[in-house]
Design a protein around this ligand. Sequence first.
Ligand code: SF4
Length: 507
Amino acid sequence: MSASSPTRWLFGDHLGPHFLDADDQPVLLVESRRAFVRRRFHRQKAHLVLSAIRHRAAELGERCDFRQVGGYAEALDGRASGGPLSVCHPTTRAALAFVRARPEVQVLPARGFATGMDEFAAWTEGRGARRLLMEDHYRAARRRLDVLMDGDEPAGGRWNFDEENREPPPKRPGRRATAGTPHTLGVPEPWWPEEDEIDEQVRADLDRWARDGDVAFIGRDGPRRFAATRAEALRVLDRFVAERLPFFGRYEDAMLADDAWMAHSLLSAPLNLGLLDPIEVVQRIEQAYRDGAVSIAAAEGAVRQIIGWRDYVWHLYWHLGADYPAGNALRARRALPDWFAELDADAVQARCLSGVLADLRDHGWVHHIPRLMVLGNWALQRGWRPDEVTDWFHRAFVDGYEWVMVANVVGMSQFADGGRITTKPYAAGGAYINRMSDYCGPCRYRPTVRVGEDACPFTAGYWNFLHRHRADLEGNHRMVQAVRGLDRLADLEPLLDQERRRGSAAP
Ligand code: SF4
């Protein structure tokens, strides 16, 4: 393939070399301001996306027709040559409809995922009426891609090391001696990018747009923490595999108030910008295992996130259909309150929720357990509209895209699909948060208390949720025991009254 190949139109999440067919292929790259005008994104997400697009345009140099415009139609209509374009399958339904309506655009299969759409379709057809379990998709992908396999058997003799990968966080050593110092996992920090003149220009533009009233953001500005170029993404990957992966699995579900990053890879943002190919990432992880540098549990836990979960939610976005995001099986009708929508951590006394909102406000990112078991759990308990919650997750997280959040939030976190992809709602009380974090100790609430001044709002909210959805959940064999627990609560009426009065107020 040479420069005579049709110009490749790169979307802002198609930024790695695997979205091109040749080193000299001409490129169209569009920076569209319209997305930021319509919705309030996290400031650091807007920065990352613009920085990544502009860095790619600079790298491609003269072969890149870089257009900074209001919208895609303006960019395409304004092209001098007007010749044919090819584009890899976009990542939203709206963008797909747009490219399909343009006669000059050839739409190619999706890239940037480990499982192709035809492969996923063949897998779903083979399942008949059986539930589309992530675990089964993941095992099929491991076999097909020959990742962490010893012949026909999974490396280490098991497919799943979740048992080893659910440890609570380590206790603070020598509590008295270390009082006042942050309690972290103590692993080497992630590799942090250094901002350059392109970031400086992005920051100046975002400041100006906000000043002019063209756009508004949530969250705080701060140093760019996530990779915006392929070179940066490879540095993050190198550091993760060499120094942080050994600790990833054990503590992947744990939370520490002073350690937002723990041993997480921070690769979701560069993967979702298309800067890395998931196959190269899992190959690096597998090599570390084969070299004896990391345990099978650590390697398997990381591989599961990438070719398991990430690909699964990507394919479900398309497979479950355009109506799926409107699902509301639990009839949740409350709007998101401003304190939550605006990431107002200071309005919240509950230490876990306040801490997670503060991390999100300051970085545009928290790892998957605070997302699911603190933020999502709270929204589920309070009966907030799943479409609003999904939109908020999309806008507030640097790695959030429509395809990422639909199955994760509508299905998994808010159970708004009635159980098509999970077997039970992810609702939990303070006992879970107490076991898996160090938030509860200094909190003004007590995780075991249900009613009164010290009542943990997560614990009370959990029982309130079960009571509200008793009829929905008592037929679910994984929830029946929990629902029956309501009958043993002597203080259920005062608890319900307390939660009615709390409403959507910040806890
Ligand atoms: Fe969160 Fe309740 Fe623990 Fe406080 S006591 S940190 S509100 S779970």
